[in-house]
Ligand binder design. Structure first.
Ligand code: UDP
Length: 342
């Protein structure tokens, strides 16, 4: 059978690079396209090293450029596209909403247009942020999408709607899946790819590893007065390699025509809530070190608790999170040390 080709937009970034590795390992041809607005070549080179694929195609381009997207789809026989190319800093999106709406919507519209023209399947990288502050836990795919708390979150909701409406209007000609990620953390076990935040990290785990290595003085735990068992927020931390594997299951499902509906949504999480304090303590325990941290006021916009009901992904997609939080936190630390040349 002919090998299928998967385009990974934003494929040089944190999630895109891990997904590229898993797709290549599963026997797909991959085309990585990225504008390098929020990453350098480190992870792309890591993907080549891990997979031994020195011929892995890389296209430097901006997905807001409609002509460039059309050219990409005519240059490669793309069977499916996984769309990651987007801005993702929640705080920045509040300060610069137009930058977020323009980039995240334009790029997805262009991908959607070309995918439709070439009958390529579309996998959209969505987020648990679309649930807002949920009333009931854990959240299922049927839980209501509450109003987004940031322009970033709103772009995720709007892109889901664009995908759903396009699919609906095409009467079966277009198909797609949205994966709603919970909190992706960790790094590849090779320590050759991982998260590379620019400047001061917003996310918890990069802040922890940078504090441990001495790049940051002290981790602030935002809020210890939440209505949770230890007062800190609860999240569903999903290992990046587990998360990446979910994409292979979803791509296979689309390309092997096994979808039950033309548009499907899956939560990608572990189903286990972990508090910020528990995560910090697990990091210390696993890696045998003490972390400098203090309790600080709540961060605006944080929901007290959110975790997934991943049973649809478990049963329908056949995917399940496998790595333990300890393995994940050890990998995150190995990656930080790799970056520091230790
Ligand atoms: N957090 C924290 N200190 C930090 C960064 C994050 O206490 O420096 C907390 C944050 O309040 C939240 C959790 O860690 O409860 C996860 O935050 P992150 O930004 O990683 O992901 P989010 O859930 O906001 O998407």
């Amino acid at each position: 059978m002919m090998k299928k080709t998967v385009l990974v937009s934003g494929g040089a970034g944190y999630i895109g690079s891990h997904v590229s590795v898993e797709l290549l390992s599963a026997g797909y041809d991959v085309v990585v396209a990225d504008n390098f607005s929020n990453c350098d070549l480190t992870c792309f080179e890591g993907v080549r090293k891990i997979t031994g694929r020195d011929d892995l195609p890389l296209v430097k381009m901006d997905f807001c450029d409609a002509a460039a997207v059309r050219k990409l789809f005519s240059d490669y026989p793309i069977d499916a596209v996984i769309h990651f190319a987007a801005f993702k800093a929640v705080g920045e999106s509040v300060e610069q909403p137009l930058k977020y709406y323009k980039n995240n919507l334009d790029s997805f519209l262009n991908v959607q247009e070309s995918a439709q023209a070439h009958s390529a399947k579309v996998l959209f990288s969505s987020s648990a942020t679309v649930y807002g502050e949920p009333d009931k836990m854990p959240v299922t795919e049927e839980s209501p999408r509450k109003p987004a708390t940031s322009p970033y979150g709103n772009t995720k909701q709007i892109c889901e709607d664009i995908l759903r409406d396009t699919i609906f209007a095409s009467k079966g000609a277009v198909q797609g899946i949205a994966l709603r990620y919970f909190n992706p953390i960790g790094a590849h076990p090779s320590a050759l790819i991982g998260e590379l935040p620019r400047g001061v990290p917003n996310n918890l785990v990069p802040y922890i590893t940078q504090t441990a290595i001495g790049k940051r003085e002290c981790l602030s735990i935002f809020g210890n007065d939440y209505p949770t068992p230890d007062g800190t927020c609860l999240r569903d931390y999903i290992d990046i390699v587990d998360l990446a594997k979910a994409h292979v299951f979803a791509v296979r499902r689309m390309l092997e025509a096994r979808m039950e509906a033309d548009y499907e949504i899956f939560n990608i999480g572990t189903g286990r809530p972990v508090s910020v304090l528990e995560l910090v303590q697990a990091f210390e325990r696993v890696n045998g070190l003490k972390l400098n941290y203090r309790f600080a006021p709540r961060r605006e916009g944080d929901v007290p608790a959110i975790w997934a009901d991943p049973s649809r992904a478990n049963t329908v997609l056949g995917w399940r999170a496998e790595r333990t939080i300890e393995e994940t936190l050890a990998a995150a630390w190995a990656w930080e040390k790799h970056l520091a040349g230790i």
